[in-house]
Design a protein around this ligand. Sequence first.
Ligand SMILES: Nc1ncnc2c1ncn2[C@@H]1O[C@H](COP(=O)(O)OP(=O)(O)O)[C@@H](O)[C@H]1O
Ligand SMILES: [Mg+2]
Length: 322
Amino acid sequence: MTTTYAVLSEGLEKRFGAVRALRGLDLAVPEGTVCGVLGPNGAGKTTAVRLLATLLRPDAGSARVAGHDLVREPAAVRARIGVTGQDTSVDGDLTGRENLRLFARLHRVRGAAARAAELLERFGLTEAADRPASGYSGGMRRRLDLAASLVRRPDVLFLDEPTTGLDPAGRTLIGNAVRELTAAGSAVLLTTQYLEKADQLADDIVLMDRGRVAHTGSPADLKAIVGTYAEVVVADADALVPAAGVLDRLTGAEPSLDRERHAVGAVTRDPTLTLPRLVRALDAAGVPLLDASLRPPTLDEVFLRLTEPSGSGSAGAGERAA
Ligand SMILES: Nc1ncnc2c1ncn2[C@@H]1O[C@H](COP(=O)(O)OP(=O)(O)O)[C@@H](O)[C@H]1O
Ligand SMILES: [Mg+2]
């Protein structure tokens, strides 16, 4: 089986003065897939997007994007990608319609007027189409920016925090656009803080931490690295500590307490920890149990565990007690 990569980077580095924003970034995004890049603030996500979209030059390393060498053939790369960034590329003096027509002409798209009208309609901008973009709300500018990057179907679309400032309807529009692009064979690389969105959209997740890839895999793979989340809810606050003691003994991980919900949770990778065993142990310890569950961790929990300062996902490390 041969995989063709829309983005393949090796050892990308970028410094800003003393700050090493990227410290050897390796990425592989197959064609027709969505790669979700997650990471705490300052991890280097925006820098990675700007580099791969030819908006910045790397200090070291190499990459092929849409079949072209990033450093030697930046114009060829630029012609095949779309990018919507944290600061939008729309011209505020022009109307929404004029912006899209301009992009269409730049990309030599036939029927620029019709394409612009179609995109305005699709992104809910028909009514505002003939007003200057400077008067658009943040969410409208984002939608116009995304529409502009879709004037011609890009082979690779880079979306840097595309859902920031968007309402749920706007997020749905982005999700639909992403699915449509990948169905047509394009790849999408998106950075996001909305982990739930990444969970739904991304084929692969890249967890970035301090300028490098800390973990990579499908959402399910990453959840499996972390293990199963055991959570119990007790009848009163006094039972929290005894329940935590039982969980600690069963999982070997330091439990985290949620005093508001009277809940205690801990991560385990022990396949022999079943729900009946958990309930029996709590019952034997006299814990007044209201609820108990074993479930995969949410992507939020994965994210917190795998990018925490104390180390990479070792069971029990750095568990936060609330
Ligand atoms: N133009 C710049 N000048 C100086 N430092 C920068 C610049 N752009 C980014 N950085 C620094 O590089 C690091 C990575 O930033 P960034 O790529 O924006 O991270 P993220 O998007 O994951 O929050 C941060 O420490 C940031 O302050
Ligand atoms: Mg950023």
